[in-house]
Design a protein. Sequence first.
Length: 158
Amino acid sequence: MNDHKPVYLTPEGLDAIKAELQDLLKVRRPALAARLHVAIKQGDLSENADYIAAKEEQGFMEGRILELQMMIRNVKLIDQNCGMDGHVTIGCHVTVIEEGEEEPEMYHVVGPTEADPMHGRISYESPLGIALLGRIVGDRVAVRAPAGEIHFKVLEIK
């Protein structure tokens, strides 16, 4: 990841990242160090499966710690007063209806780190997120999907 690229997060998302980092630093890293210590005491490290697995896990954990620290350094909190000018911005909750459907869908436009489409959280970098940014109520947007183009109408921004 680019060290200068902003990481857009909601305050809740930032809290979750900070909690994960603290868990890694205060709980998981010391536990892994203890596992490594025991594995080293077993002798011949070249054939020690516990040692090899712990070293591999350590590499992944240290990478995740660095990633989380970089995210916190580059965080840009999402403005909770989105849509005040009537346009969709990062942080907005947008209600849309897909052409030909009866039930509207609501999405929270967030950064890629917090995106979870199954729970209504879409990235501003996703095709739908890109299509919605800057739009106002009543606008129609088209999104390319594997099955073809899908059309949505913006019903509400809050």
